[in-house]
Design a protein around this ligand. Structure first.
Ligand SMILES: C[S@+](CC[C@H](N)C(=O)[O-])C[C@H]1O[C@@H](n2cnc3c(N)ncnc32)[C@H](O)[C@@H]1O
Length: 414
């Protein structure tokens, strides 16, 4: 069994959903559909393609009244099904043999295990097609791979660059241009795959943000990228205004485009440059700090941004590493709501990090404003796991000025 991203739907609509997901290349055919509860079915989906799903549209058009929820669950491998990777192996073996070359185990291991689908473009990972023999086939190889994988364009990753912009190093292999479109949760994101990254693993956090009620609020997104969180805030939460900070000009270009495409430009101000030099202060009801492994550099800026009189909420992303425990036993392991294996030891480490962060932010707020603040860890959300002991979490930290609380208390008493 493996932990897989699934769409959980009402049993009576499962076939309906399955056919639709297959037609959109979102169905993960290497895993079996399975029953979750008496009335719901889990349909395995490809994590890298899930962002193309418009959940609202799915629910209202395919099966109004059906359960329709993205969730992580343990499901069984589909042993009988010939996966697209198997088909690729057959096709490439033929290509090599027709050129008088021998098919080897090394070449088989050099095939892609998975890939990201961005509309009609497939993005291969960096750990495939590394053998020199592939070069011999040039364009013929890439057009064949694209055809078998069912796409018009093909690109390949090398790594995420460490230039601070988290720019991908991506090369186009087949097809004209490198701009792609993602649609998820009713939001359209356009970006150039060779210049910006798209983190599909953040989908559950984007869906959570979309459910917040931010009616009338001013929000600052300190690490906006192409609009991963800026757009859900503007499109779904009722936010009055979002200030989006981003220093990568390529991401800013995409962000501009996406604000226009989603018709929310007039409620967003883009601040291009290093957010640590941002001139704004005392404006925000909420600050989103979506940078991993750590957004700590942004904490002093976030404290300056919060409204002095009422405070607000910081959503702080962080990769928390749990200490390796010598007493780890299988009894300590639980699955969280997304089906990730999480140990008590991990939860303890998140709490320790959250408590330390709350204390640090409260002291930063005092230094910034000269008054006392109360910080309260409202919630810790587990986004994804990078390794058994490294977890991407988001802390919802409520920050309130104590002076204001006393005044309010006095007013209530009067
Ligand atoms: C795209 S990533 C993270 C976005 C999203 N949270 C995710 O994981 O998919 C972070 C973005 O913050 C930007 N960034 C990092 N440090 C910054 C800074 N000091 N000022 C402005 N932008 C910054 C990067 O260019 C990048 O686009």
């Amino acid at each position: 069994m493996e932990n897989v991203l699934c769409l959980r739907v009402s049993q009576c609509y499962a076939q309906h959903f399955r056919t639709y997901l297959q037609s959109r290349h979102v169905l993960d055919t290497s895993f079996r559909l399975c029953q979750d509860t008496d009335e719901t079915i889990l349909i395995p989906i490809l994590p890298n393609s899930v962002s193309q799903l418009d959940m609202g549209h799915l629910q209202s058009t395919l099966a109004s009244g059906s359960v329709c929820q993205i969730t992580w669950r343990q499901v069984f491998k589909n042993k009988k099904k010939q996966t697209v990777v198997n088909k690729l192996e057959v096709a490439l073996k033929k290509l090599l043999e027709s050129a008088g070359e021998e098919w080897t185990e090394e070449l088989r291991r050099d095939l892609p295990r998975g890939f990201e689908r961005h509309g009609d473009l497939i993005l291969l990972a960096d750990n495939c097609f590394s053998q020199s023999i592939w070069k011999k086939f040039g364009c013929t190889l890439w057009s064949m791979v694209a055809e078998v994988l069912g796409s018009d364009r093909l690109a390949k990753k090398s790594c995420i660059s460490s230039n601070g912009f988290r720019s991908p190093v991506v090369m186009m292999l087949h097809g004209e241009h490198s701009w792609v479109t993602h649609v998820d949760n009713g939001i359209r994101y356009d970006f150039d795959v060779t210049k910006c990254m798209f983190s599909s693993g953040n989908i559950t956090e984007k869906l959570r943000v979309a459910r917040f009620n931010c009616k009338g609020e001013t929000i600052v997104d300190l690490y906006a990228g192409i609009g991963y969180f800026t757009l859900p805030y503007l499109v779904h939460t009722g936010a009055a205004h979002v200030h989006a900070c981003e220093w990568n000009p390529d991401a800013v270009e995409a962000l501009h485009k996406n604000l226009t495409l989603n018709k929310v430009s007039e409620r967003c101000t883009i601040h291009q440059g290093d957010n640590r030099n941002l001139q704004l202060c005392d404006v925000a009801d909420r600050v989103n700090l979506g940078l991993i492994p750590s957004s700590e550099d942004g904490w002093p800026v976030a404290c300056r941004l919060l409204k002095r009189s009422t405070g607000g909420i910081l959503h702080i992303h962080h990769n928390v590493t749990s200490p390796m425990s010598t007493t780890d036993t299988s009894l300590d392991i639980h699955s969280d709501t997304k089906g990730f294996s999480v140990k008590n030891n991990d939860r303890g480490a998140w709490q320790v990090w959250a408590d330390g962060t709350a204390e640090r932010v409260s002291s930063l707020l005092k230094d910034t404003t000269g008054t006392e603040w109360r910080t309260h860890a409202q919630h810790i959300e587990h986004v994804k796991s990078y390794a058994p002991h490294i977890h991407h979490v988001v802390l919802d930290l409520e920050c309130r000025p104590l002076l204001e609380e006393k005044t309010q208390h006095k007013e209530w008493k009067e």
